[in-house]
Design a protein around this ligand. Structure first.
Ligand SMILES: [Zn+2]
Length: 274
């Protein structure tokens, strides 16, 4: 399905400029990009964000990505770690990008992505992940999405190189007997301690990839939404016809034992059917 914002009449990708104190602002249909380097950088990023948003909405079946965001997503391009860190705070200083959607419930008032642009390939290595988080937030207005799903789906938007690293982290976790029981992974609400973050991400990505082989993306969205209302077991039964987490766990573990080389199995609407 082609997103509405891809239509020939759509003005989403038309970009206007404003010189701001100390930076340049480029505005498109759904984005306001602030560059501290140049008007060109801001404009190119606004166009890129529009294209990427449409692509992710198509791949993941996000309805919200098919019309303009009323409250445009602000994207800040920081040319150094220092400037990025000064804004995002100490907790996120070791990251290369971050996203924030507020408030957590009800109508969205603010969407924001902060990126470091002094790193190679931030457009492909960082932006797709953060933009996926922003798209997901549109569909969870009664409260935050399940953490495994929010990260798992965003991780599938990562580059193939990064996917390999996530798989390595999962493999290390398996070898050390440090993986999470799925009953825990599916209900965890806080990020685990630093020494478990790698396997956590690897496992979230792996589970999202596995579920993406079980039907259209909307099934995973529905599974995540229903899990919060009726619990994981009933949601699994309703959405995937799987009798519960106790059944899903061996299915998923068997799949990773036999499919380690499979990486970057991103959604392809043309290949997926019911
Ligand atoms: Zn993330």
């Amino acid at each position: 399905m082609v997103a509405a914002c891809d239509s020939a009449k759509c003005t989403c990708r038309e970009v206007s400029h404003t010189q701001q104190p100390g930076c340049w602002l480029a505005s498109s249909g759904s984005f306001k990009v602030f560059s501290f380097r140049s008007a060109t950088e801001a404009e190119e990023m606004a166009k890129h964000c529009e294209r990427l948003r449409s692509k992710l909405a198509d791949e993941y079946g996000f309805e919200s990505g098919k019309s303009k965001w009323q409250h445009r997503c602000e994207v800040y391009l920081f040319p150094s770690k220092q400037r990025y860190g000064a804004v995002v705070g100490r907790a996120a200083q070791e990251t290369l990008g971050s996203s924030l959607v507020t408030p957590a419930t009800g109508a969205i008032k603010n969407r924001r992505i902060d990126l470091r642009t002094d790193v190679t390939d931030y457009r492909t290595e960082v932006l797709p992940h953060e933009l996926t988080h922003v798209l997901i937030a549109d569909h969870f207005r009664d409260g935050p999405p399940p953490l495994w799903y929010d990260e798992g789906l965003a991780l599938l938007a990562d580059s193939e190189d990064k996917q390999v690293l996530h798989q390595r982290d999962l493999r290390n976790g398996i070898n050390r007997g440090k993986t999470f029981a799925l009953a825990d992974l599916l209900t965890i609400q806080q990020y685990p301690p630093q020494d478990q973050v790698g396997v956590f991400y690897g496992q979230c990505a792996s589970l999202a990839r596995y579920l993406s082989t079980k039907g259209e993306p909307r099934k995973m969205h529905e599974f995540a939404r229903r899990s919060q209302k009726v619990g994981v077991n009933l949601s699994l039964q309703e959405t995937y016809g799987i009798s519960g987490v106790a059944r899903l766990e061996p299915m998923w573990r068997k799949s990773i034992a036999s499919s380690v080389p499979i990486i970057a199995a991103r959604y392809s609407p043309s290949k997926n059917s019911n």
